[in-house]
Write a protein that binds this ligand. Structure first.
Ligand SMILES: [Zn+2]
Length: 98
């Protein structure tokens, strides 16, 4: 697999990344700034293979973040228990039973 397999030439701007005008809902519009609205000025779009790879990477990234979030939630719960315990000790120290 090569990088060029992951992308295809943008058909709207023909890889220039610029278009002077484009048609939206059948209305011809001047393109202020000139950047191609399809490829955002890159001149290429992800190919079907490129889209698959992006999807795969996003899934993996989401899994990684979900695992990290769970780990942080567990640590937060443990820290809250410790804090609760400390608060109980402090309450006893502040109000000694007679
Ligand atoms: Zn383009």
């Amino acid at each position: 697999m090569l990088i060029k397999d992951l992308k295809q030439d943008c058909p709207r701007c023909q890889t220039t990344g610029k278009v002077a005008a484009f048609s939206q809902w059948g209305i011809q519009q001047t393109n202020i700034g000139g950047t191609c609205p399809d490829c955002k000025g890159r001149g290429y779009l992800p190919s079907l293979l490129g889209q698959d790879v992006l999807h795969f990477l996003n899934d993996q990234t989401l899994d990684k973040h979900a695992a990290r979030l769970k780990e942080l939630e567990d640590r937060l719960a443990a820290a809250q228990q410790q804090l609760e315990s400390i608060n109980q000790h402090l309450t006893k120290l502040e109000k000694p039973s007679r």
